[in-house]
Design a protein around this ligand. Structure first.
Ligand SMILES: NC(=O)c1ccc[n+]([C@@H]2O[C@H](COP(=O)([O-])OP(=O)(O)OC[C@H]3O[C@@H](n4cnc5c(N)ncnc54)[C@H](OP(=O)(O)O)[C@@H]3O)[C@@H](O)[C@H]2O)c1
Length: 267
């Protein structure tokens, strides 16, 4: 029985990964997020509906002591983790130019720094055993100026670049550990509501379901891909962002400085 550790497992993409792996069978789960009560209830649901055992670690991944507990579990060689899904993350609707630096730093911490730290610890633990898989959830916004007056894309670009740099390296390849960056487009989760981004900024055709995203991502992981961009429409958009002039992308980007003021972000 393999063990998968999923961060951001209380909602959205992380929760969809955990549910998919439980439904598929063959995995025990370690669920990580801040909301202990939601994780406990979810673990019970996975046990009842899918006969899947799930441990819960309530942790704020921006807090070093909490991150340490997650790393200790991740690197516990007595019950080794085979698959790490780094899905915890967030965004703001508050434009960067109106935000405090501390909040911008927090976003970088959760979207990039904490994921890199978990990745490096998992790489060492998995590499020592000669096998393992790591999925880092980034965003298509990592590929170009898709969000303006926002450091969100920069945080995701950091994670994408770090994941690609590790995944292509000969040393990591020889270690038997596979890394993949997942680049979702707009996906129906709690992300927009938490950030205070009105859903009306996203045309209907752009929405993906988290279930579809996860199914495509796991197929790409099994195929040995280093990046996964689920759905044909986002593959095309990603290609345009990567290869088209950045000034053209910026003209159709979402400019947070022009959005109506959102309710204050509480976390
Ligand atoms: N949804 C989209 O359209 C979309 C598109 C592209 C990329 N992404 C990326 O996908 C990732 C997941 O987003 P999502 O759509 O699943 O969002 P979501 O539905 O809001 O879920 C976010 C998850 O992250 C956890 N989390 C947030 N801050 C945390 C912290 N400090 N410590 C531990 N856990 C924390 C939340 O749990 P608690 O609140 O319980 O801690 C929750 O489980 C993010 O990095 C996001 O940028 C999303």
């Amino acid at each position: 029985m393999r063990i998968a550790l999923v961060t951001g497992a209380s909602a959205g993409i992380g929760r969809a990964f955990a549910r998919h792996l439980a439904a598929q069978g063959g995995h025990r789960l370690v669920l990580v997020a801040r909301s202990a009560a939601i994780l406990d209830a979810f673990a019970g649901e996975l046990r009842d509906h899918h006969a899947t055992e799930a441990e819960v670690i309530a942790a704020d991944l921006t807090v070093p002591a909490d991150r340490r507990r997650v790393i200790d579990r991740l690197t516990d060689q007595a019950t080794p983790v085979d698959l790490l899904i780094n899905a915890a993350g967030m965004g703001y609707s508050v434009p960067t130019t109106s935000n405090t630096f501390e909040r911008e730093e927090y976003l970088l911490d959760i979207n990039a720094r904490s994921k890199l730290e978990l990745t490096l610890h998992a790489l060492r633990a998995m590499g020592g055993r000669g096998s393992g898989e790591i999925v880092n959830v980034s965003s298509v916004a990592a590929l170009g100026p898709a969000w303006l007056d926002s450091t969100y894309g920069a945080s995701q670009a950091y994670l994408l670049a770090a994941t690609e740099s590790l995944a292509y390296s000969a040393r990591v390849r020889r270690s038997g550990v596979r890394l993949m960056a997942l680049l979702p487009g707009d996906t129906r989760t709690e992300f927009n509501a938490r950030a205070g981004i009105p859903d009306s900024t996203t045309p209907d055709w752009r929405w993906l379901s988290a279930e579809r995203l996860v199914r495509d991502a796991l197929r790409d992981l099994r195929a040995g891909r280093i990046t996964s961009i689920p759905s044909r429409r986002y593959k095309v958009l990603a290609w345009a962002l990567r290869h088209g002039p950045r000034s053209v992308a910026a003209r159709v980007a979402l400019d947070f400085g022009t959005l109506p003021p959102a309710p204050p972000v509480t976390r």
